[in-house]
Design a binder for this molecule. Structure first.
Ligand SMILES: [Zn+2]
Length: 304
C-alpha cells in the first residue's frame, strides 16, 4: 500500500537543484522516466549498455544544469568495445535525446570497460552563436561512468565534484555534488567532507525509486539543505525532413541520383530517434529543383 502510494506520487523527468545554507556546496538531483523510456522504445539495448547509456543521460542533464548557456551539452563516447559510440544531448530548452551503436554480446553485469572497451568520453558544449564549441576529453577508465566524469572534473576544473548515477529499464537517475569556490578554510573543507560522505551513502535503489524530497531528506536531514527550483525535462529530437533534404543536397545531385538508381530510393534514419526518412525519384528531383531555383535567382534578378 505504502509503496504504491509513493510510486504514484513520483514526480519524475525533472531536475532539482539544492544548496546548503552558509556552506559552499551545491547539489543537483535528476530522475528521468518518460524521457528515458522514449529512448528505449526506439532501440533495443543489452542490459549493460542500457545501464551506461541511461547513466550518461542522467549525467548530461546534471552537467547541463551547471552551465548557464543557450545551446546544448553533448556527452559522447568513442571506443573499440561492443558499444562503439554512445551519445547523449541535453539542450537549454530542457530536452534530451540519446542513442548507442553496438554489436556483439555483452554480459548483463558487464562494467563500463567491458561495455565500451578502450576509448574516450568527450564533453562538448555548444553555445548558440559561438564560433567554436568547448570540448573536454577524458579516457574511459575505471568501472563506472560516474568515475570517468569525476576524473574529468578533477582534470578540468579545480572544484571537488562527486557524481552518483543509476539506470535500469524504467528510470535513469543521478546525484551531483560540487564544492563551490570559497576561501577554502578548514571549516569549508569539513563541510564538504561531511556532506559528500552523507551523499555517498546513497544506494542505486534509492536513486531509482525515491523522489527528490524523500531522498534529499534521507541523506541530508541533519544539514540545512535548501531546495531550489525544479526543472522539467523531456525527450525531443530536432531531426526533420527539411534537415534530411539539406543532407541530400550536400551529397550533390550526381551522388544522390546514383544512390537512387542503386537502391530505388534514398532512406536516411535519424540515429537519435530512429525516424526513417524516405526519398523516391520524385522527392529527390524536388530537392534539387528547389536548389537550382535558388541558385538562378540572382541571375534572373540582374536580367530585369
Ligand atoms: Zn530524430
Amino acid at each position: 500500500m505504502t509503496d504504491n502510494k509513493i510510486e504514484n506520487e513520483l514526480d519524475t523527468d525533472n531536475l532539482q537543484r539544492f544548496i546548503f545554507d552558509n556552506k559552499p556546496v551545491r547539489g543537483e538531483w535528476v530522475q528521468l522516466d518518460s524521457s528515458w523510456k522514449e529512448v528505449l522504445v526506439r532501440r533495443e539495448y543489452p542490459v549493460a549498455i542500457q545501464k551506461v547509456l541511461g547513466e550518461m543521460m542522467a549525467a548530461a542533464a546534471l552537467l547541463a544544469a551547471t552551465i548557464k548557456i543557450k545551446g546544448r551539452l553533448i556527452l559522447q563516447t568513442k571506443s573499440n568495445g561492443p558499444a562503439s559510440v554512445m551519445m547523449v544531448e541535453c539542450t537549454s530548452n530542457n530536452t534530451l535525446r540519446a542513442f548507442a551503436q553496438w554489436k556483439g554480446d555483452v554480459a548483463d553485469d558487464a562494467d563500463l570497460l567491458a561495455v565500451t572497451g578502450d576509448g574516450t568520453l568527450a564533453i562538448t558544449i555548444e553555445v548558440e552563436g559561438a564560433k567554436q564549441p568547448y570540448q573536454g576529453v577524458v579516457s574511459l577508465a575505471g568501472d563506472s561512468m560516474s568515475g570517468v566524469l569525476e576524473t574529468y572534473f578533477q582534470q578540468s576544473e579545480q572544484l571537488a565534484t562527486r557524481i552518483w548515477l543509476a539506470a535500469d529499464d524504467q528510470v535513469a537517475s543521478g546525484l551531483f555534488l560540487q564544492q563551490l569556490p570559497s576561501d577554502q578554510d578548514e571549516q569549508d573543507e569539513e563541510h564538504w567532507s561531511r556532506i559528500s560522505q552523507l551523499a555517498a551513502t546513497v544506494t542505486t535503489t534509492e536513486l531509482l525509486t525515491l523522489d527528490s524530497n524523500t531522498l534529499l531528506h534521507r541523506l541530508f536531514h541533519e544539514e540545512e539543505c535548501r531546495l531550489l527550483v525544479k526543472t522539467d525535462l523531456r525527450f525531443a529530437c530536432s531531426c526533420s525532413r527539411d534537415r534530411v533534404e539539406e543532407t541530400i543536397k550536400l551529397l550533390g545531385k550526381q551522388d544522390a541520383f546514383d544512390l537512387l538508381e542503386e537502391h530505388g530510393k534514398i532512406e536516411i534514419a535519424c540515429e537519435f530517434c530512429n525516424e526513417h526518412y524516405h526519398f523516391d525519384n520524385v522527392d529527390v528531383t524536388q530537392v534539387f529543383v528547389g536548389s537550382e531555383v535558388e541558385i538562378k535567382t540572382p541571375d534572373s534578378e540582374t536580367q530585369h
